[in-house]
Design a protein around this ligand. Structure first.
Ligand SMILES: Cc1ncc(COP(=O)(O)O)c(C=O)c1O
Length: 349
């Protein structure tokens, strides 16, 4: 039975060109700055994001943590959405490791933070009762908001708010290239108004490991130190970075295919009994849908679909997430819809 794995774009496997690049990569000690392949990847990332510098780290979680630690001192506050990956799914690292106080404001369903909510959350720096606000964190595309895309014009509004209060902006751009492809602009345009950007090579871009932190040269110097603090300084990391170079060179434009597949999946799912979803809102590769009260539970649907070779993610008692990626073709979308139909039509609530 062919398995269609829609749980996440993190399940992607390296392409043959990546495996060859891993084999061929020229190596050195990256902690000493001497791995030519890592150096090349970092230079490419900085150039793609139009930032002065970049540093390679093992994961998206470490990328965000390195950024927060570089922006904020202990006891300082970072404003972020209540559905931000950094808030929900990074094990509280910024608080645990950095003593950084997360201040959440509601994410709107389009992934944005309402500017009035953000402004209201900014602390008076002269009041000694308060932590000092230092940072605003945004996420683009927004994972828990069904892959929603923040536009450069929204980002510019957040920038002018941040500037009025002397704050910095971090962008969790784990899927920044999905955002760029959906918007039809460069990743640099998406990242323009952020002081720091993290992005992942190991999601839709299909590299096996790795993320990059991009920002000013001074910021990246700080980030490199924080990476070392966290134990993320790797030695002959060019073995991994080699695949990242291939990811940037060959895997960005094809993300459009994942977006088309996700939209088609959403359009098919909404025809099925008990599925609540607005396909017009699907902009990238993530589809989150609700199950109506008279439909089976999310766990029941996931188990039923897995029995027919289609794996989906359960993200709430009545909420399922499906993600398209390099390992999912158009035929797989057909198979997923056939299986979803069979399961939803057969299962009692
Ligand atoms: C928006 C976002 N940020 C950060 C991460 C963390 O990446 P990693 O799994 O590489 O730590 C993820 C992972 O899914 C993500 O979706």
């Amino acid at each position: 039975m062919r398995i269609v794995d829609l749980r996440s774009d993190t399940v992607t496997l390296p392409t043959p060109a990546m495996r060859q690049a891993i084999f061929d990569g020229e190596l050195g000690d990256d902690v000493m700055g001497e791995d030519p392949t890592v150096n090349r990847l970092e230079a490419m990332a900085a150039e793609r994001l139009a930032k002065e510098a970049a540093v390679y780290v093992p994961s998206g979680t470490m990328a965000n943590l390195v950024c927060l630690l570089s922006h904020c001192a202990r006891g300082e506050e970072a404003i972020m959405g209540h559905m931000a990956h950094t808030f929900l799914f990074e094990a509280g690292g910024s608080a645990a490791v950095g003593g950084i106080h997360p201040r959440t404001v509601p994410n709107q369903s389009d992934g944005t933070l309402d500017l009035d909510d953000v402004e209201a959350a900014i602390r008076d720096p002269n009041n000694p009762h308060y932590p000092r606000t230092r940072l605003i964190c945004l996420e683009n595309t927004h994972n828990r908001c069904s892959g929603a895309v923040l536009t450069p014009s929204y980002m510019a509004q957040v920038r002018s708010l941040a500037d009025r209060y002397g704050l910095e902006i971090h962008l969790d751009g784990a899927r920044v290239f999905n955002a760029a492809i959906a918007l039809g602009v460069s990743a640099a345009a998406v990242a323009r108004d952020a002081d720091s950007v993290s992005f992942c090579l190991s999601k839709g871009l299909s590299a096996p490991v790795g993320s990059l932190v991009c920002g000013s040269a001074e910021f990246v110097r700080q980030a490199r130190r924080q990476r070392k603090v966290l134990g993320g300084g790797m030695r002959q990391a060019g073995v991994l970075a080699a695949a990242g170079i291939v990811a940037l060179e060959t895997m960005v434009d094809r993300l459009a295919e994942d977006h088309t597949n996700a939209r088609r999946l959403a359009e098919g799912l909404v025809q099925l009994p008990g599925v609540l979803l607005d396909p017009a809102r699907i902009q990238t590769n993530i589809v989150i849908f609700e199950l109506a009260p008279d439909a089976p539970s999310a766990a029941g649907v996931a188990v039923g679909m897995a029995a027919h070779g289609v794996k989906v993610g359960v993200v709430g008692p009545r909420r399922i997430r499906v993600v398209t990626h390099y390992g999912v073709g158009s035929d797989d979308i057909d198979q997923a819809l056939t299986v979803a139909k069979a399961v939803l039509e057969a299962s009692p609530a």
